[in-house]
Write a protein that binds this ligand. Structure first.
Ligand code: SF4
Length: 454
């Protein structure tokens, strides 16, 4: 089908094809699933909620719980106040969460439902909480929905008691549970007591116990979110996804923050470790230095196979920038770097990376789509594609090796359990990318070049 993609690139302003993003509520739902005892709630039609749950379940291979206001024609005309009233009662009665996190949808945003006043008027059971975020899907992407929901929790819950809790807050951004676990391991090695918010580890990768647990062990607790205002500082990871929530915590409670790139690759992980070192005032342990050394050794060993290889990188902005940084460290040329999220900051930061490493002839674009990426590849091919499953038709059509990373990866298993962040995550990615290039070399090698040792 995608072989029909024309080579000639035409400027499009009102049409996205194969868009490299999804809608805001998907992100809001994922953020809410990172809070312990939370039921994400979709204020709109059942179809929206089903779609958002499906996307998350297909990526994580886990049930993504959520309830819906189940709009029908009546709510679409008269507003969804009675729907949210009924929903809150039913959800607390039947599913027993500690907190419901409501996000809006295109429909409820278009009719102008005022969730603030609806929630203030709710008659809630003792000790139960409802928070909300506005997540109109005709603006931004799932990345915006993720940080909007974070800010919803923070607006309703955070406080400053005046007694510091001695913790450092970490906003990991949109990462897989395996990544968050790895970031927490690094914080532990650096002896930093930390609150990770949100934290989907233990929720979207809950272990098989033989019984279904609607609210598994993981997730940031409500008390931990309340305590964010008492943290000594904040490390916000992901320069696109982390900026607005970090700024909100600083404005509300004067918590100082450092905004860092997603810790993918050597340099980005160094920055995370340095921030932890400043927070703990302890030296980097030998164990971590050795881990870094093994990664650098691997980069040197594999360099002969990755040097000047051209890559197309696509996905969520912070992950795509992190992958670009690693690709440059591998000596590769990140020929095309795109995200579907409309944030021009992405393009600026990608171009800064190209300049830092002296990479020439590279193109970065925000608010882009995979159709255009396909056209670029048709005109000037690449050696490898790195990104989400939605690139697989392009990889097949153009016969390009393909490494899956980011969200969503719908056609592989186990990736959400393993990190791409930290030194160990970079080792994993380097092994995958180099392996994909060498598999292609072997496939195309003539008999006399088909070697056992590479
Ligand atoms: S209608 Fe809007 S919120 Fe619902 S699935 Fe479509 S884009 Fe997402």
């Amino acid at each position: 089908m995608l072989d029909l993609t024309p080579r000639e690139v035409k400027e499009r302003s009102a049409l996205r094809i194969n868009p490299c993003k999804t809608c805001q509520p998907v992100g809001a739902m994922y953020a809410a699933l990172g809070v312990h005892g939370c039921m994400p709630h979709s204020h709109g039609s059942q179809g929206c909620c089903s779609y958002h749950r499906t996307v998350l379940s297909r990526h994580f291979k886990e049930p993504a719980i959520a309830s819906s206001s189940s709009f029908t024609e009546g709510a679409s005309v008269f507003g969804g106040r009675s729907n949210i009233n009924t929903a809150a009662k039913n959800v607390f009665d039947m599913y027993g969460p500690d907190i419901i996190a409501v996000h809006t949808t295109c429909l409820s945003e278009t009719i102008g439902d005022d969730l603030n006043s609806y929630i203030m008027d709710l008659d809630l059971p003792e000790g139960k909480i409802v928070v909300h975020a506005n997540t109109p899907s005709y603006v931004g992407s799932h990345v915006n929905g993720f940080f909007n929901m974070m800010m919803g929790f923070m607006n309703y819950l955070t406080q400053r008691t005046g007694t510091p809790n001695g913790k450092t807050a970490v906003f990991p951004g949109w990462l897989n549970p395996g990544d968050i676990r790895e970031l927490r391991r690094l914080a532990g090695l650096m002896d930093v007591p930390a609150t990770f918010f949100p934290d989907q580890s233990g929720v979207m990768d809950a272990p098989m116990t033989g019984r279904y647990d609607m609210y598994p062990q993981g997730g940031t607790t409500i008390e931990e979110i309340r305590g964010l205002g008492d943290c000594a500082g904040l490390i916000a990871l992901g320069e696109i996804i982390g900026a607005e929530p970090a700024e909100l915590l600083r404005k509300k409670w004067k918590v100082p923050f450092v905004l860092l790139p997603a810790p993918i690759g050597v340099s980005n992980t160094d920055q995370y470790v340095s921030a932890l070192r400043r927070a703990s005032k302890t030296e980097v342990p030998a164990e971590l230095e050795a881990e870094r050394g093994r990664l650098v050794d691997l980069l040197l060993d594999s360099h002969q196979h990755t040097y000047m290889k051209k890559a197309a990188i696509f996905g969520d902005p912070d992950v795509a920038l992190g992958l670009t940084s690693l690709a440059l460290e591998m000596g590769m040329v990140p020929k095309y770097v795109i995200t579907g999220t409309p944030k021009e900051e992405f393009t600026r930061r990608a171009n800064a990376l190209f300049s830092k490493y002296g990479a020439e002839g590279c193109t970065a674009k925000a608010n882009a789509d995979l159709f255009e990426l396909h056209q670029w590849i048709k005109n000037e091919p690449v050696d490898v594609m790195i990104g989400t499953t939605y690139g697989k038709q392009i990889a097949k059509a153009e016969d390009v090796p393909f490494v899956r990373a980011g969200f969503p990866v719908l056609d592989r298993y186990g990736g959400t359990l393993l990190p791409i962040v930290g030194y160990s995550g970079a080792i994993r990615l380097t092994e995958q990318i180099t392996g994909a290039l060498l598999d292609r070399f072997d496939r195309d090698a003539s008999d006399e070049d088909f070697e056992i040792v590479l």
